[in-house]
Ligand binder design. Sequence first.
Ligand SMILES: Cc1cc2nc3c(=O)[nH]c(=O)nc-3n(C[C@H](O)[C@H](O)[C@H](O)COP(=O)(O)OP(=O)(O)OC[C@H]3O[C@@H](n4cnc5c(N)ncnc54)[C@H](O)[C@@H]3O)c2cc1C
Ligand SMILES: *[C@@H]1O[C@H](CO)[C@@H](O)[C@H](O)[C@H]1NC(C)=O
Ligand SMILES: *[C@@H]1O[C@H](CO)[C@@H](O)[C@H](O)[C@H]1NC(C)=O
Length: 566
Amino acid sequence: MVRPGAVHAMAALAAAVTTALLVAATHASPPPDADVIIIGGGTAGCVLAARLCAALPRVRVLLLERGAPRNATEELLVRSPRLVAGSWSTPSVAAAFPSAANAGLRGRPVALVTGATLGGSSAVNAAQWSEPADDGAGAAAWGVAHLTATVAARAYARAAATLGVRVPPRGLRHEYLTDWVAAAAAAGLPRVTDAGGGAPQSRRGVWLQRLAIDGRGRRVDAGRAYVAPAARGACARNLVVRQGVTVARVVLAPHHGRGGGRRGGLVGVVGVEVVPTASAGDGRPPRTTTLRARLGVITAAGPYGSAPLLLRSGIGRPQALRSAGVRPVVDLPVGEGLLARSVGRVVGAYDGVPLAAVNNATLLADPATLRRWRAGRGGPLGAALSVGLGRVTTGEGAYFPAGFASSVPGKPEYNSGCLANPTSRGRLSLPVGAAATDPLTPPRVETNLLGNRRDMATLLACMRKLQAVVEGFRPAFGMTETVPGADTRLTEELVRRTATSGAHLVGGCSVGRVLEATLRVKGVGNLWVVDASALPAMPRSAGPMASVYMLAEHASEAFIRQFRGQ
Ligand SMILES: Cc1cc2nc3c(=O)[nH]c(=O)nc-3n(C[C@H](O)[C@H](O)[C@H](O)COP(=O)(O)OP(=O)(O)OC[C@H]3O[C@@H](n4cnc5c(N)ncnc54)[C@H](O)[C@@H]3O)c2cc1C
Ligand SMILES: *[C@@H]1O[C@H](CO)[C@@H](O)[C@H](O)[C@H]1NC(C)=O
Ligand SMILES: *[C@@H]1O[C@H](CO)[C@@H](O)[C@H](O)[C@H]1NC(C)=O
């Protein structure tokens, strides 16, 4: 039992707190199943598991991932960058569900998708590696302990090297990249490096993407780059990866006193409750198992996973918890302050040059193409959905992927889309109704896309720039705008009717609001959140993947210092 008052919040020396809690908590309990339990084998979870088990050979690490091991078909969808869109409609690999209505989109919900397999979203995303265009200032302002711009730069570099991110070699690039660079220059977007240095205006421009894809055209996700080598090597004895189990909630140590855990002291975590993921939809109440952790629990269940997990565990706003049928334990604004990116697409069709191989449906379906890719000789199955990135600085700024592949291949098409830096905030909460506490039901996500005028202005300005890029292709290319369309006026109303989700979502349990600078949940002694939901800001003009890897690398070092000798 944990006696509030015995341990004071002042004692932010987390190591001491953790030990005190655990000595107390383990007295009358069965032996622990692991020393550290990590929830979610996604982008951040795989980094944490691999780094901790390798640096702390005596610490037993248990990584819990809801997705079951992949079969050959599923593995192909994850490994071939060109086929990834097929994974988004494969529930055993990715979870797809609608958002709540967006007022800024005339009440339209948008389709959301997130990874549900080992590697998490890094196994189903566009594999694009982009670091924010702020020289580390953004990360340094998050409020994470010891995370300065310099420390962030080193952690970005460590993750980039572990993944081997690179601009794809020629055989894996799309044709016509040179034409695209020239078209962008004609539209006022010069070729720049993606390193982000220099004055803000000089950060406007285009560059060839670095991708988490190896030289043979295979995706390198967090499972492949971090967990697989660790499990084979340094961590053969102290890392256990369990796939196919969903964590229903974290089990908090009982405590006395009124007003929840925050006033009197810290609540402790005993372990987690898990259910088999395969029990989804079979109508019977799932079989629940409790797994105990000696040192603590790290939540890395991702942008849509960690906040609901805390809410189901009694960490959130008391009134909302009660109406969902959950007993409140710690009062925190979990789920508030969400930031999500919208995307506005600009597409062109060309008839002056041959169809790019990367969008040739016949070629993609040819068994010889698959054989070639399997043999490690690349080809269109090894090419990413987009291969160029660009950045505009109008309004809040935006960045855009561009390329000659499309999710439905077959057409001579050029694809681009603006991902604006958002300022309007949304909210994430438990599902409404009977499924409120069902861990297998997706949460309610108020993305609040284009929720204010500034976000609309930023997106519109960026889309106009992308229209200028389409117009900037040399005449012989035969390029005409098809979306929004050469004869369609790009208006606010059109954007409200067509914008979709950019698949970038952060902030459901962010540092400052919900987490201490150490990423520990406020008021809870040995529970941490390390994933996209911990980020209090959207990485500036960059996807969140690189920043999630960076944060997980940084957090790993702190955990290693803390758990060493325990
Ligand atoms: C389609 C798509 C394309 C994207 N493209 C890019 C891109 O090109 N570049 C970029 O920078 N960013 C991109 N992103 C965003 C980026 O991939 C994510 O922001 C990032 O990977 C999130 O990492 P994470 O560790 O927070 O969560 P995730 O990687 O999503 O990991 C969460 C893990 O937890 C598991 N999990 C969840 N709940 C539970 C539970 N209760 N019990 C057990 N396990 C659980 C999930 O199955 C998952 O494996 C994209 C995202 C998507 C979905
Ligand atoms: C492999 O997974 C796919 C997608 O989930 C599924 O449709 C298929 O039936 C599975 N194949 C086998 C052999 O289990
Ligand atoms: C697609 O590729 C096939 C095989 O290389 C080729 O024969 C065909 O002409 C291509 N299709 C188009 C429209 O270019």
